[in-house]
Design a protein. Structure first.
Lengths: 291, 173
């Protein structure tokens, strides 16, 4: 590739500025490069410029070539590989896919219109809650630029704002000891009012969301849903006391529990053991914060 | 160099090197690499039409970088200041000169810096630079020329660059 040089010039053809650069960058033909080198011997000013350019080029390599030897951070390693199909899609598509999966699986809440409202009202599933948490996760977790409305650097403002809008004191659990940093949070519409979503991120860039609702849930029902669920305490009314429950949908897992007027869901692509650990820590911190 | 259908890893070190020179701090640079990878995967369907993967990937990074500059996003200060930006510091004597060069590079107009870096770090042919940045070849040459001259003027009077005396030219003054 040698766009700057005239084709095979006879000796004596003027050397252009572009050719001087091409000389520095070894983009001249060997013949022309030799001619330019000869020419430079008699041109001290141009030779000095060329020498400076060459030195700067070497300097830039010395400055930045060490980056090539640095270990690649896990987050970048992970993103260099083809994403899992589910997460690779743009957020709306992923959310739509999840909605479809839930509807097809029998959850039934997602794609029903207003005409079906009586049915929904009559039998709201306990599992609507983790499903909504999973959809909220699916929509916002892949978001690169705006995963949150208020970022974690302004945790005070975030908590104050969410507490005001939720009409109850909110708290953002600190999960650094488990490797998760608070990215921030946002307010979302729930069934009857606002719900809060806190977003966390681990070293590898995986996101974890905490979804908090204090809406009055409808009557609980044990109706089957599309979510594979398991009551870790082996049964019992989910709304009566605190029981960690686990749901799995595609690439994400959801842990949720009820504590007084609050319902909490932790959603992440992590395995069950990791989610259990996070959930236990969140529960511990929130319980400790209660008056 | 080419990446497999499932892995862009072979490109990551070079994308990081270029990003580090553009953003000049580790966090912003790696954010830029991350955004580049994410956009590349989001457009993976186009790959079979991509003849020059390097120009394509560096072109994505260029676009993201320009967007970020427009929004002023790169003006933030890294909170990770403890992390060294270069793993192997050069010898002390050369160091001051390199820091001067780094400072001068930051003072270049972004469009000149990009051309200069693609040529210096990637050894890109000028035509490939034109393709990567989506500009005519003549614009590549004028930006390269202006960028190099500005760098030279900025560094005029600074300690001589490492290796400046070891150039291949023997000039008789």
């Amino acid at each position: 590739m040698n766009p700057a040089a005239p084709p095979s010039p006879p000796s004596g053809v003027p050397v252009t500025e572009a050719e001087l650069h091409a000389y520095v960058d070894s983009q001249l033909t060997p013949e022309r490069a030799a001619e330019v080198a000869d020419w430079l011997v008699h041109r001290p000013d141009e030779a000095a410029r060329v020498r400076a350019w060459e030195a700067h080029k070497r300097g830039l390599r010395m400055l930045y070539d060490p980056v090539l030897e640095e270990p690649v951070p896990p987050g970048l390693q992970q993103r260099a590989r083809r994403p899992a199909p589910w997460f690779g899609r743009p957020a709306p598509a992923a959310a739509a896919a999840l909605l479809l999966a839930l509807a097809a699986g029998g959850g039934g809440w997602a794609l029903r219109g207003a005409h079906d409202a009586p049915l929904l009202a009559a039998a709201p599933h306990a599992n609507d809650f983790p499903a909504r948490a999973a959809v909220a996760h699916a929509v916002y977790a892949p978001e690169v630029k705006r995963p949150v409305e208020v970022d974690g650097a302004h945790e005070d403002q975030l908590v104050t704002w969410l507490s005001k809008r939720m009409g109850a004191p909110m708290k953002a659990p600190h999960l650094q000891t488990l490797g998760y940093t608070l990215e921030g949070g946002r307010l979302l519409p729930g069934e009857r009012g606002p719900v809060a979503q806190f977003m966390y991120r681990d070293e590898a860039g995986h996101r974890l969301t905490l979804y908090v609702s204090n809406e009055r849930p409808g009557t609980a029902s044990g109706a089957a849903t599309g979510l594979a669920t398991a009551d870790l305490r082996g049964g019992g009314d989910a709304h009566a006391d605190t029981a960690f429950r686990f749901a799995s949908e595609g690439a994400v897992n959801v842990f949720w529990w009820v504590d007084g007027p609050f319902r909490y869901a932790i959603t992440a692509p992590s395995d069950r053991a990791a989610l259990t650990q996070v959930s236990a820590e969140v529960y511990r911190q929130l319980a400790a914060a209660q008056p | 160099m080419h990446a497999t259908d499932d892995d862009l890893s072979p490109w990551v070190p070079r994308l990081r090197r270029y990003a580090r020179a553009l953003a000049n701090n580790r966090d912003d640079a790696d954010d830029l690499v991350q955004d580049t990878l994410e956009r590349a995967w989001a457009r993976a369907g186009l790959w079979r039409h991509v003849a020059d993967m390097r120009a394509w990937l560096f072109g994505i990074m260029h676009n993201l970088h320009v967007d970020a500059l427009r929004r002023g996003r790169l003006a933030v200060v890294a909170f990770d200041d403890d992390a060294p930006d270069a793993v192997a510091p050069p010898p002390q004597a050369a160091r001051a000169a390199l820091l001067d060069l780094q400072a001068a590079l930051e003072r270049l107009a972004p469009e000149q810096r990009e051309v200069l870096l693609l040529v210096a770090l990637e050894d890109m042919a000028y035509a490939d630079v034109a393709r990567t940045l989506g500009i005519p070849l003549g614009t590549v040459m004028s930006r390269l020329s202006r960028g190099r001259e500005r760098l030279r003027l900025l560094l005029d009077g600074a300690p001589s660059m490492p290796g400046a005396e070891a150039g291949r030219l023997k000039v008789v003054k």
